[in-house]
Design a protein around this ligand. Structure first.
Ligand code: CA
Ligand code: CA
Ligand code: CA
Length: 437
């Protein structure tokens, strides 16, 4: 039984090697062709024995990626990634146990570094020798910093497999936000400066209307041009569904002082009658991790649009006639909004026509009614309640429109009605007409 097992991590051995390398350089410089006496150089005569303690150079631009992970036999779990303010030791001469493959934001290869595998440890053998063993456990990878390297594939060369892909972007983002002066970092205040939703804002249950979202983004500087990515997230209240539920678009090459506009379109389908407010929040952020946005408070903009979902109703122009002939000078066109059960005439909801309010009720062309509720009022200013032909026992709402005031023209093919019920819900329905001279 071996009672004196002794192991040391290769990193320690490597660290010592690095120190040895520095020492070697110093010796060779000191033993150069010029003797010290002939070239005093910058030596100021300070006695090393009582010289002040050297101060650490906090402005040393050197920095490194420090990745802490738990290494298993076939994978690694990353615990922490940071940008360390210090020089990464050289990987020159490291064996090809791990290959650390750096990738850009677009996954383009930026080169690779051979590195020791933190899982390898030396173990003393019974005969006094040493052998290398692979042991899962925690380990640290330190590589030179490169602000363009947004991920690092840790590849186990011997096993021929990738252990993990390390996301370096959050660490670069944090570092560049803290160090805008770093030559590798870029500082650009991206902002959403306007966001507006437009649309007709009116539809019926079971049908779809569009919402257009116009968003303006801008690079407020100081650096540019830079690429931004805008994320739009839709919030749909109960009563409507919106597709898609969001979108992402690129604002590439944003130069300082050159705003960029973009339009997105969403389909809003009414599920329940009533007024529903759809919200779209647009948020911009730099595409690259090395681009720091010093002010996050202006990165989002919100656009809202109210969608009025009406109850679709059955309108019967000239009850008793299927052809519905009207002429362009007709003073009074009779029409009825029918009381219906859900499913009747293919309508999704039941409708009680006795709840029709005459106030605000308008009759006319579909587009004018949908976009601006423009049409003519009920000609007599009242709703005539009666069970129209064909009589089915349900009381309907008889209305009359002044056709020449709409006006009905030779090209009119349908007339519609838009109004509200006594409970405040909208309704909408259309019927065909056959315009006769
Ligand atoms: Ca900003
Ligand atoms: Ca009819
Ligand atoms: Ca009826």
């Amino acid at each position: 039984m071996n009672t004196r097992i002794h192991r040391k991590h290769l990193a320690v051995a490597t660290g010592l090697a690095a120190v040895a390398a520095i020492a070697t350089t110093a010796v060779s410089a000191a033993s150069g062709p010029q003797p010290l006496a002939a070239d005093p150089g910058p030596f100021d005569g300070t006695n090393p024995a009582n010289a002040s303690i050297p101060t650490y150079d906090y402005d040393d631009p050197s920095r490194s990626f420090v990745v802490q992970a738990h290494f298993g036999m076939h994978g690694a779990t990353v615990n922490d990634v940071s940008v360390g303010m210090g020089r990464s030791r050289s990987h020159l001469g490291d064996p090809s146990l791990l290959e650390l493959r750096l990738r850009s934001a677009t996954d383009a290869p930026l080169g690779s570094i051979d590195a020791w595998d933190p899982r390898w440890v030396f173990e003393e053998t019974a005969g006094g020798g040493e052998r290398m063993e692979i042991r899962p456990g925690p380990g640290m990878l330190i590589t030179p910093f490169d602000a363009d390297a947004e991920s690092m594939v840790v590849y186990d060369v011997e096993a021929g497999e990738a252990l993990t892909t390390v996301d370096l972007a959050p660490a670069i983002r944090e570092y560049c936000l803290d160090h805008p002066e770093d030559a590798q970092c870029v500082s650009a205040d991206l902002a959403v400066t306007a966001s507006e939703a437009t649309g007709t804002g009116f539809s019926v249950v079971g049908e779809t209307t569009q919402v257009e979202v116009a968003t303006t983004v801008e690079n407020l500087g100081p650096d540019g041009p830079v690429d931004g990515v805008v994320d739009e997230v839709v919030t749909a209240p109960a009563g409507v569904t919106v597709t898609p539920t969001g979108s992402t678009w690129d604002a590439d090459g944003l130069a300082v002082g050159a705003p960029r506009e973009h339009a997105s379109s969403y389909d809003v389908t009414c599920e329940e009658p009533g007024v529903h407010t759809v919200t779209v929040e647009s948020t911009i952020e730099p595409a690259l991790a090395k681009v720091a946005d010093p002010d996050a408070s202006n990165n989002a903009g919100t656009a809202e649009l109210e969608i009025e979902c009406a109850i679709p109703v059955k309108l019967d122009i000239k009850p008793g006639s299927d052809r519905n002939p009207v002429n362009v000078n007709e003073a009074t066109i009779p029409m009825a909004v029918l009381t219906t059960e859900a499913g009747e005439f293919g309508l999704p909801l039941a409708f009680d026509a006795t709840t029709v309010k005459v106030a605000g009720l308008r009759i006319g062309d579909r587009d004018a009614l949908v976009t601006s509720a423009s049409g003519v009022p009920e000609r007599h200013g009242k709703v005539h309640l009666e069970d129209v032909t064909p009589k089915d026992g349900d009381v309907d709402a008889m209305l009359h429109a002044a056709g020449r005031e709409i006006p009905v023209t030779a090209s009119t093919t349908e007339l519609c009605v838009r109004g509200t019920t006594t409970s405040g819900l909208s309704f909408f329905g259309c019927d065909v007409v056959d315009v006769v001279p």
